[in-house]
Ligand binder design. Structure first.
Ligand code: ADP
Ligand code: MG
Length: 689
């Protein structure tokens, strides 16, 4: 239920003046659908202008507001040429206002000869002459009437302008109600933060560090709070204690001894499963650390105790891979393992459903099809979720709330999340870490190359393919909707270019393909029918093709190091030596280069993730917001590092010693912020509780 006070913020964006059907599309592209979205669409930066009367006092490149008298209009002889308006400042300096295209119509109207106008824009020099190209504002009144000297610059989509978005933000701010305070009073006082309403207004108005921090803190606090509530609720749920007798595990004939980390993780998991309250545990292990065996042992514990286990994979291909490797490993135990995906229909599906219901199937592997309403289990005791970063907390919980008894949950991730972020993203869970790789792994030869050596690189791929091996070619895909199409275009263009060279040996796979096509492309590559797989980051998740021993990653600087490491982990899976080529843009800052060089020095995902966090947390690489891996919409990496401990401590205090959502002073406010920030953090599950 939405708290009433939030109704104005959740009104549709059409309610704002000037928003018609035409604007809704570009606004939607930016994720702006409701008034609250506009409020949280914070400026990317600000233009700060200075008022001057004598242009000799201003610097070239400076943003100024200046009174100018119009001298003459000069249209260009060619229709495509610039339209120039000659003006003079008070002391008599000549300044040209230059317009291209349709903008000249506006110029004609706004700048009658002989009149004085206040002009705002960036002062440039052209042919020894001062000029302002496309002034931001032209007004008849003095500088005050020109609006702010500090002007926000918003992220735009095609069809939107800065003044338009500014106007929407102003209207949204007028509608923003005062909200009750959810922040712990001592924190609020110590940090000297403004109220939510003041903060959101200030954040649109200028470089307001405190306001921005408060808004970031809201997000971190709400996140921590939700996770703690989930954890608390989970403890109160009814689960079943599963204590295996080891009979099945004894029969496993693993071709290798388990690593110490694997053994320790298995013990931790079995310890949790022996408790009556449902397990919520994260198994974090670098690519190749051997999570599958750990999961299998956990599932065998469940089966030994007379229950069933289900493993959920994000894609059909991965489900099949898990199924194959689990079946091979578990053969000596005689347990019954089935695969269930959305593709199974008719008799085959019926028979699996029957087996799950009567308990003749012990373990099922599949996509989310295994949690559809039509699927019932005799006694589901354990759910293993692979690569869960695609699932939010709420989704995670929903999966396990099918029966009367909540099954234990083991979530596996290969993302080497730094410690601070584990808490932020998975704080409702206990963590087991596979921090030791199985012995004998080869380091992947990693090189950083500027993109302008493209011909050499394509030739290297050619030689590689001729030698009978396969290669990945990764193009970046960032979250920002505005650039998404460009990225896709880039991947498609690269595919087309490589296709000229390699013909049908190349396949393209990206997130916007229909699932069947995507699976088909992946399948052809996995089967060795295709030699080069051009992909956006969809391949990040778990593909296993041992014969693929070369990986090329374009625009590597746009990825987080942890993500690069994960991508790189797709090669080096067979006995052949593997190579990873990181292509960077020709012009990259020294820090940017240094950051990529780190990839050469370490094969340890956790180390890389921590180093990357330090570099980026230090604020050195702001603006390289990568693929949403931080998991926050408002808080920057820098703010996360700065504020997360505080947010966690305050959330803990509220939940554990101040009555949580039932706190008479701040309980309602806490509900409000959880709703306001609209994340999938299991809030729906809080409602009933
Ligand atoms: P991931 O953690 O990426 O899922 P996998 O479970 O797929 O890793 O394991 C990667 C490879 O390592 C598999 O071929 C697996 O059989 C092997 N492996 C797992 N554990 C060990 C071990 N203790 N010693 C040697 N090889 C192992
Ligand atoms: Mg795996």
């Amino acid at each position: 239920m939405r708290p009433d006070v939030l109704n104005p913020l959740f009104a549709e964006i059409d309610g704002l003046e000037g928003v018609g059907p035409k604007l809704k599309k570009p606004l939607g592209k930016l994720g702006l659908e409701r008034v609250r979205d506009v409020l949280y669409h914070l400026p990317e930066r600000f233009v700060v202008r200075r008022a001057v009367t004598d242009l000799d006092d201003a610097q070239v490149g400076e943003q100024v507001v200046v009174p100018l008298t119009v001298v003459e209009h000069r249209a260009s002889r060619s229709p495509r040429g610039p339209y120039r308006v000659l003006t003079r400042d008070e002391p008599g300096n000549i300044c040209t206002l230059t317009y291209f295209g349709r903008a000249s119509y506006t110029a004609k109207k706004q700048l009658p000869v002989g009149e004085k106008r206040w002009v705002a824009g960036r002062l440039d020099q052209y042919d020894q002459m001062l000029q302002i190209v496309h002034p931001d504002h032209v007004a008849e009144e003095s500088a005050d009437a020109m609006g702010r000297m500090v002007e926000p610059v918003y992220r735009l989509a095609e069809g939107l302008t800065q003044p338009r978005v500014s106007s929407l933000a102003e209207q949204a701010l007028e509608r923003a109600p005062s909200l009750p305070e959810w922040i712990e009073p001592t924190t609020l006082e110590r940090e000297a933060w403004p109220t939510w309403r003041e903060a959101i207004a200030a954040a649109h108005g200028g470089e307001a560090t405190k306001a921005r921090d408060r808004l970031a803190y809201d997000e971190l606090f709400a996140n921590a709070l939700a996770l703690m509530l989930v954890r608390q609720q989970n403890r109160a749920r009814k689960g079943q204690a599963l204590q295996g007798d080891g009979a099945l595990r004894e029969r496993l004939q693993l071709p290798f001894p388990l690593t110490g980390a694997q053994r320790r993780s298995i013990d931790e998991i079995a310890g949790d499963m022996a408790q009556a309250s449902p397990m919520l545990r994260l198994l974090q292990g670098d690519v190749g650390a051997g999570k599958t065996v750990v999961a299998l042992e956990a599932m065998l514990v469940a089966v030994e105790a007379g229950a069933q286990a289900a493993m959920l994979a994000p894609t059909e291909l991965l489900a099949r891979q898990h199924f194959d490797s689990l079946r091979a490993l578990a053969r000596p135990t005689g347990v019954e393992i089935a695969l269930l995906t959305g593709r199974d229909k008719g008799r085959a599906r019926e028979s699996i459903l029957m087996g799950l219901l009567d308990g003749s199937i012990d373990i099922v592997v599949g996509t989310h099809a295994i949690f559809q309403d039509t699927v019932s289990y005799r006694n589901l005791g354990l759910v293993v979720i692979d690569e869960q970063h695609r699932f939010g907390v709420g989704q995670r919980l929903m999966l396990t709330q099918k029966g009367r008894v909540t099954p234990h949950t083991l979530t596996m991730t290969a993302t080497p999340i730094p410690r601070t972020l584990v808490l932020a993203n998975h704080g409702e869970m206990e963590v087991s870490r596979l921090d030791e790789l199985p012995p004998g792994r080869q380091a992947i030869d990693t090189r950083v190359l500027p993109i302008d050596r493209m011909d050499d690189i394509a030739a290297a791929v050619g030689r590689h393919v001729e030698s009978g091996q396969q290669a990945y070619w990764v193009c970046p895909m960032v979250r920002e909707s505005e650039t998404m199409d460009d990225d896709l275009a880039a991947a498609e263009a690269r595919y087309a270019a490589l296709k000229e060279r390699f013909g049908d040996d190349v396949v393209l796979v990206h997130g916007q393909l229909a699932p069947e096509l995507k699976d088909e492309g992946m399948r052809r590559f996995a089967a060795g029918e295709a030699k080069v797989l051009v992909a956006t980051t969809v391949i990040e998740v778990g593909v296993d093709v041992p014969n693929a021993t070369l990986m090329v990653i374009e625009q590597a600087e746009r990825f987080g190091l942890a993500q690069l490491h994960q991508l790189r982990g797709r090669v080096g899976r067979g006995s052949e030596k593997s190579t990873c080529l990181l292509l960077r843009s020709a012009e990259l800052s020294e820090t940017g280069k240094k950051r990529l060089e780190l990839m050469k020095t370490s094969q340890d995902g956790f180390h890389l993730a921590e180093e990357d966090l330090k570099l980026r947390g230090g604020g050195e690489l702001l603006g390289t917001r990568q693929s949403g891996e931080e998991g926050f919409n408002i808080a920057s990496m820098e703010q996360v590092t700065k504020l997360i401990d505080m947010a966690n401590a305050d959330a803990k205090l509220l939940v554990e010693s101040q009555g949580g959502l039932d706190n008479p002073h701040r309980g309602e406010a806490a509900r409000i912020v959880l709703y306001l920030l609209q994340r999938d953090w299991g809030v729906q599950t809080l409602r009933g509780g």
